[in-house]
Design a protein around this ligand. Structure first.
Ligand SMILES: Cc1cc2nc3c(=O)[nH]c(=O)nc-3n(C[C@H](O)[C@H](O)[C@H](O)COP(=O)(O)OP(=O)(O)OC[C@H]3O[C@@H](n4cnc5c(N)ncnc54)[C@H](O)[C@@H]3O)c2cc1C
Length: 459
């Protein structure tokens, strides 16, 4: 590599997604010299293939439902059709504006942005596009990819979210393989766009990582929306004939579809990048890191989806910022994974933080729970949504879990995370005044009730 230019930085970051670029921005703010290496588009999965485009689709889906349901509110509307070119133009416009903004932000800082596929060639060296970037510290942030199942090739009408984001038509029949976050979000979009949807999930319930009561309510709501789902059932294969995919289940049942969306999770992008050769411990492809995002190799950090845990953009941001501050010697507090808010943006939305009832019982022993039904919440009634706010507290102690479901309830996760992270008692929250009529009031009411002074609640 004698012809290779060599530069030295305080931090070399491999991957410019949520985790990588957040680290770069914070490090630059702190006066550290930074190289940020990205082989695709700055912003990564979240901006281009994940959070933002899917939420734009979900918003278009909500508009379609509003057009259909106008008469419920005495407004005469008719739903005509979904023009996917129009939807894609809207979605791509949102992504494009944010992308431009992010590029400008990175340019405005003292960050050496390097385009190309990088490899870790020594514990402190990333090689990319003919350059050797030497880092006093190296941050691995190469993200994740959509997985499939053995023998299930992603081709034709069998897609992952990567292809399903760019459809030019609404498929008549969709099978969604996987009832996790990405699966139920897409199922919700397709149903609103007019597809007949069937979710196939091997686990006993949809969104199985959530509190059981949330899964039950989602299943009730999906039944009402006529979104079909089969739980506890294993997929056995799929064949494509012409434009039709036939999906087979281990039960012997088959389902014909015009699109099979494979949403069975995301694997880490770590293979062939030199991590293991540099001595970094990798477990089933994931990079193991401690609560300071340090790998087993001194000076090498890992952030975002490549580290086992919640695969969420804001976790990546937080870890990226953490690492920059740690390297700058600011001694930031470690991140509590349970204190990371989780939102699933299907209709109805799900928002949660902290421990589920089952997890809390296991961790704390004696607990109390309270479910506040949105039936008593004025704004939710105005919107015509069903759902609840469920609180989990340690017996006579702080709230350790908040679980919410209902239209737009994702917006309530902000207060829920303050409650969890500040270890608030129900009585602490009960004395805060929540504006009427908002859905936020439902959080206040739940805490009033758990503090023993219910207002618009029967128990
Ligand atoms: C359909 C979908 C919907 C989602 N919705 C949400 C949501 O609503 N909210 C939420 O919080 N999260 C959501 N996520 C998850 C979120 O997108 C990820 O958690 C987040 O993007 C992880 O950030 P990251 O930095 O770890 O990885 P990524 O964003 O994947 O970024 C990694 C980057 O590294 C680059 N890279 C990889 N290898 C190399 C290399 N060798 N050299 C140079 N560059 C490289 C890639 O090109 C990529 O840009 C969603 C994901 C999907 C797929």
């Amino acid at each position: 590599m004698s012809a290779t230019a060599e530069n030295t930085f305080d931090i070399v970051i491999l991957g410019g997604g949520s985790g990588g670029y957040a680290c770069a921005l914070r490090a630059a703010e702190l006066g550290l010299s930074v190289a940020l290496v990205e082989k695709g588009k700055l912003g990564g999965t979240c901006l281009h293939m994940g959070c933002i485009p899917t939420k734009a689709l979900l918003h278009a889906a909500e508009v379609a439902d509003t057009a259909r349901e106008g008469s419920q509110f005495g407004v005469k509307t008719t739903f005509e059709s979904v023009d996917m070119n129009g939807v894609n133009a809207y979605k791509d416009g949102v992504v494009g504006r944010l992308y431009k903004g992010l590029q400008g932000l990175v340019k405005s800082k003292n960050i050496d942005y390097v385009e190309g596929e990088g490899h870790l060639v020594a514990t402190n060296v990333v090689e990319v596009a003919g350059r050797r970037l030497v880092g006093k510290n190296v941050v691995l942030a190469t993200g994740s990819y959509a997985k499939t199942l053995p023998g299930l090739d992603i081709t034709g009408k069998i897609m992952t979210s990567d292809q399903a984001l760019f459809l030019d038509h609404v498929p008549a029949r969709v099978v969604v393989l996987g009832g996790g976050v990405i699966g139920v979000e897409f199922a919700s979009v397709f149903k609103s766009f007019g597809s007949e949807v069937t979710i196939v999930e091997a686990l006993p319930r949809l969104v199985a990582a959530e509190d059981e009561a949330i899964s039950k309510q989602l299943e009730r709501s999906f039944r009402k929306r006529k979104i079909n789902f089969k739980t506890n059932v294993k997929f056995s294969g799929a064949t494509q004939t012409g434009d039709v995919v036939q999906v087979s289940l281990e039960s012997g049942e088959t389902i014909d579809a015009d699109l099979l969306l494979v949403a069975v999770g995301r694997g880490p992008v770590t293979a062939g990048l030199g991590y293991e050769e540099a001595g970094v411990t990798v477990d089933r492809g994931f990079v193991l890191a401690n609560d300071r995002c340090q790998t087993n190799v001194e000076g090498i950090y890992a952030v975002g989806d490549i580290v086992p845990g919640l695969q969420l953009a804001h976790r990546g941001f937080a870890q990226g910022i953490f690492v920059a501050e740690h390297i700058a010697g600011l001694n930031p507090p470690v991140i509590d994974e349970m204190g990371i808010p989780r939102v699933t943006y299907c209709d109805p939305e799900i928002a949660s933080i902290g421990y589920t009832e089952a997890q809390a019982k296991e961790k704390f022993g004696e607990i109390e729970t309270y479910d506040y039904n949105l039936g008593g919440n004025g704004k939710s009634q105005i919107l015509g949504t069903a759902g609840f706010v469920k609180l989990v507290r340690q017996k006579d102690g702080p709230v350790v879990g908040v679980h919410m479901i209902g239209a737009r309830m994702g917006e309530q996760v902000g207060e829920a995370q303050l409650i969890y992270n500040w270890e608030a008692l129900p009585s602490d929250v009960a004395q805060l005044i929540h504006a009427h009529p908002t859905q936020n009031e439902a959080l206040g009411e739940a805490h009033l009730a758990l503090a023993g002074k219910p207002l618009h609640a029967h128990a």
